[in-house]
Design a protein around this ligand. Structure first.
Ligand SMILES: *Cc1c(COP(=O)(O)O)cnc(C)c1O
Length: 355
């Protein structure tokens, strides 16, 4: 039987229709600016996000990095969540390659930094300090969509202090769909508050590769130079852009199905002693496993062909390649583990692993 792979929404295979679209794409050399499929995708995602320009990137990491380097100079600083992807899960690229100092701040359980903390972290113009230049937010964060009010307040605060704003929107389409109503209108309502946004086509949208950085023309021109330097000048990348196009055509509205499956999983896992569902918003479900049994549960699930990630808190992510039957298999496997006495204590484990 096929595995039910809930490790991430990045594990999807391109659908047959997506592969066809890729094979049919007109191609050119994008370093010369000649790839019609890349150009069309960039124009389209710029229009969808209401920005002047966009740049197709090899990954979300590359997109955030080039975005931060386009916003900040050497010796500048960006304010970011302690557990934000740009700070914690991108190899420290902004600091290593951009000489941009991070100013990480604590986040609450749904990923929000306190506005007072943000205000207090903005440095005065004094040579003792790095120049605070940029606020980075992430939406969704660990599956949590940010409220319209918080997005407004945090970006207003940044603007009042002359900071630029960047949104790591790897899963911003999930955030948009979670608002209900027209997802493209919701997307605009979110990204209009930011100077730049990075979106991933390779997460819930189901493309094999690719992200886009969107922002003003000047910002995107600077980012293109950085993208070249980090090896992201691709050639016939229209092959990949075509997959992203196809994803925008066919895989946006259906993110609601992923969210419904995450709810189905959360409900199926509720009420088990030794297990608590910590959060289940959009397409990500986190559960905490008592008595240090997380790794044992993970191994048990794997024997049943159900893949997840984590140690103490396990993470399950729904996507294009899982269905209700797969979710029910996952629920049955977890229930079997606890029914067989799997909840009994073992040696505690330390650490976390979520990306
Ligand atoms: C996955 C992800 C990224 C990075 O995308 P890659 O394509 O894996 O480099 C950035 N931010 C968030 C929130 C992500 O989930």
């Amino acid at each position: 039987m096929k595995n039910v792979d809930l490790r991430s929404d990045t594990v999807t295979q391109p659908t047959p229709a997506m592969r066809e679209a890729m094979m049919a794409a007109p191609l050119g050399d994008d370093v010369f600016g000649d790839d019609p499929s890349v150009n069309a995708l960039q124009d389209r995602i710029a229009a969808l996000t209401g920005k002047e320009a966009a740049l197709f990137m090899a990954s979300g990491t590359q997109s955030n990095l080039c975005g931060m380097m386009a916003h900040c100079q050497r010796g500048d600083e960006y304010i970011v969540g302690q557990n934000a992807h740009t700070y914690r899960y991108e190899g420290g690229g902004a600091a290593v390659l951009g000489s941009i100092q991070p100013q990480p701040l604590a986040q609450d359980a749904s990923g929000l930094m306190r506005l007072e903390d943000i205000a207090a972290a903005i440095k005065p113009d004094d040579p003792h300090f790095a120049r605070t230049r940029l606020l980075c937010l992430e939406n969704t964060w660990n599956g949590h969509p940010m409220s319209p009010a918080y997005l407004q307040q945090a970006t207003d605060l940044a603007r009042q202090h002359g900071l630029a704003t960047h949104l790591d929107g790897a899963r911003v389409f999930n955030a948009a769909v979670a608002r209900g109503g027209d997802p493209l209108e919701a997307l605009r309502a979110i990204v209009d508050l930011f100077d730049s946004v990075s979106v991933c086509f390779s997460k819930g949208l189901g493309a094999p590769v690719g992200s886009a950085l969107c922002g003003s023309r000047e910002l995107i021109d600077r980012a293109r130079r950085w993208r070249k330097m980090v090896g992201g000048g691709l050639r016939q990348s229209g092959l990949l852009a075509a997959a992203a196009h196809h994803a925008l055509d066919h895989h946006v509205h259906r993110l609601a199905d992923d969210h419904a499956l995450a709810q189905r999983l959360a409900q199926g896992l509720s009420g088990i002693e030794g297990l608590s569902v910590r959060s289940a918003q959009t397409n990500i479900v986190f559960v905490d496993v008592a008595n240090g049994r997380g790794p044992d549960l993970l191994a048990h699930l794997q024997r049943d062909g159900v893949l997840a990630t984590g140690l103490i808190g396990l993470r399950f992510v729904t996507h294009l390649d899982v269905d209700a039957a797969g979710i029910d298999r996952a629920i049955a496997s977890v229930r079997a583990f606890f029914a067989q006495g799997g909840g009994a204590a073992s040696a505690p484990v330390a650490g976390t692993a979520v990306y």
